[in-house]
Design a binder for this molecule. Structure first.
Ligand SMILES: C[S@@+](CC[C@H](N)C(=O)[O-])C[C@H]1O[C@@H](n2cnc3c(N)ncnc32)[C@H](O)[C@@H]1O
Length: 191
């Protein structure tokens, strides 16, 4: 099963499926920070269809925030504040149309999220906030909730148009000794 995904390449999609499926027996739920229209969320919901895990997805539903200095790139000029706007309602309707369980959908800037807005334990996290601050905050939100053996995929880690992603991840990795693999533009980490 490979859903059409406008945001993630086909190879990356296959990798997400492989990693997420591998987490079905791990302790905790699945989360996606930065869901946009829900392409990857639908994929994750399909993977979770017969499991007792929940999917939790997060977005400003106001599009991207403003860039910081760390995000400056001539190749990424099309990524601007307000781009990638989707509504919570359209995402919810896509799940209903697909006959998939509607996930927990939270509308917030990541910096406004509290500990209790995320599941107690996380088995799989997909972080796709595009910018330095968004990824930095996402990592902080999930890091202490990951189960032993939990997996985090950070999209656009190796993407010259979005240099803030790599910067935020590399700063975070400095404090950690964890297994990691770069796959296409993504960083796959195992805790
Ligand atoms: C590239 S899109 C996500 C694509 C989605 N993961 C997929 O695979 O279809 C990035 C999303 O992150 C959201 N986003 C980025 N930074 C954010 C932040 N700091 N707080 C809330 N949402 C944010 C944007 O609104 C946008 O919808």
């Amino acid at each position: 099963m490979v859903w059409k995904n406008d945001q993630v390449s086909e190879l990356e999609t296959k990798k997400i499926i492989e990693v997420a499926k591998g987490q079905l027996n791990a302790h905790g739920d699945f989360v996606e920070l930065g869901c946009y229209k829900g392409d990857t969320s639908l994929l994750l919901a399909e993977i979770l269809r017969d499991s007792n895990k929940k999917l939790w997805i997060y977005d400003s539903f106001e599009g991207l925030p403003k860039k910081s200095m760390e995000d400056a790139s001539v190749m990424g000029e099309n990524f601007r504040g307000g781009e990638l706007f989707a509504t919570k309602r359209e995402v919810k309707e896509r799940f209903l149309r697909a006959g998939l369980p509607v996930p927990v959908i939270k509308k917030a800037w990541f910096s406004e999220l509290k500990d209790e807005d995320l599941p107690e334990k996380i088995a799989f996290a997909f972080l796709d906030g595009d910018f330095y601050d968004s990824i930095r905050v996402s990592l902080r939100l999930v890091e202490n909730k990951m189960c032993s053996g939990g997996k985090i995929i950070i999209h656009d880690y190796d993407n010259e148009a979005l240099p803030g992603v790599k910067k935020a991840v590399d700063e975070w990795l400095l404090e950690k000794s964890i297994k990691k693999e770069v796959y296409q533009s993504m960083l796959v980490t195992a805790l």
